[in-house]
Each structure stands twice: as C-alpha cells, then as structure tokens.
Design a protein around this ligand. Sequence first.
Ligand code: PGA
Length: 232
Amino acid sequence: MQTKLIIANWKSNKDIYSIKNWFEEISKALQGVQNLEIMEIIIAPPYPFLQMVKDEIEKHNLPFKISVQDLSSFPAGKYTGAVSGVNLKGLSVSHSILGHSERRRYFRENHQDIALKVEQSIEAGIKPVLCIDKSYLEEQAGVLKSEHLDKVIVAYEPLAAIGSGNGESVGQVSEVIKKVKQIYSSDTKVIYGGSVDEFNVNEYLLVSDGVLVGTAALDPIKFANIIKNYAT
Ligand code: PGA
C-alpha cells in the first residue's frame, strides 16, 4: 500500500487550551489503531503553537509530523514580521503549506511570491506543499524553477470546494491530478483538498497521494475518523 499524506490545516483557529484538548482527544481516539505507518500525518498549526504541538506529539507518542501554513519569501534578515526558514530550525517542521488560496486572496500573494517561498522552503530543507486551483496550475508551474517541479507536493484545491461541504467529484479530481503530473513531473505527489471528511476520504485517496483537510481537522474525533477509515 502506498503511503498517503493526511494534512490537518488548522488555519488561524485554536488556542493553547483547545490544542491541549485536541491532542488528548485524538490520542485516545487512535489508541490501538494499527497501520498508522501507511500514512504521513501532518499537523499545520498557527505559528505560535509550533513548539507546543511538537511537545504534545512527543508527550502522546503520536507518529505525526509538523507543517507551517506559510513561509517568508525572503531569507533571514531585515523583514519585520516575516518567518524565515532559519527561524524554524529545531522546531521539527518538515512541511510548509504554500500559496493556499486564502493567502492568494486575502494577502495578495502572486505566483512569483509563491515561487520564492518554494525556493526558501527547499533551501531550509522543508518540503513545500504547493496549493493550486486548476485555473492557474500552468502559470504557477511556469514561474517555478524547473528543478523544483518534482520537489514540491502539489495540493489541488478547487476554490468552490474549500470550506463549502461540497467536495469536487472524484472523477474530476482524478483528471486534474493527471494534468498536474504531466505539467510538473510524473514523480510529483499530488494531493486533494476541499471539504474532505471521514465519509469521502477513502474515495479521494483512491485517486490521489493524500488529502489536505481544513474544517474536519479542527475536531479531533473527525480527524481521527479520517485516519482510522484509511488505516482499516
Ligand atoms: P476544507 O479546507 O477542508 O474546510 O474545505 C481545506 C483547505 O482549505 O485546505
């Protein structure tokens, strides 16, 4: 069985109290569940909670990795408010979610900014998860350095499917994934995001290398059910 990525994107939700509770609940819910090694389970908390999430993962002995939800397009230096790859050293951050449609929409990030973030992430040894909609998958690829095309994980996130409760049809997702592999590289992992939940996750995992989960990842029981449904 191929290892699948299961990414929890908490966006700008949660605080130290609810995170503590989330870990208590999920560790109870996953007790005795076998086969977790067939997944790469990755938690993407807001920045202030990276150390806490690292500690909670260790405390509960969970096989989870950590992602950031953004990264500076600049290296370390005089960039007030930015978080660079260097800042993340020692925090066990393995992945970065880059170019999420909410970053593009509310923070006006463009394809070029995101290509620079991809570069910074790769330089820091952090695997970029590059979010795209089908309307700009070629344009985004066009501004990436060619040697980065097989180093990103592409998250196909159709705008209409995000947070709507209406995921895209599996057939359509499968078509776009094929296209991504043609444009990026046949080795590029492509995951799907947009209203993934415990009921539809296995269908999406049949055609993709993983899923990016927003709303359903906020609830530890729902997220545990997503994991359990693939594990069993
Ligand atoms: P959703 O969010 O699961 O709530 O649709 C997905 C995402 O924005 O990554």
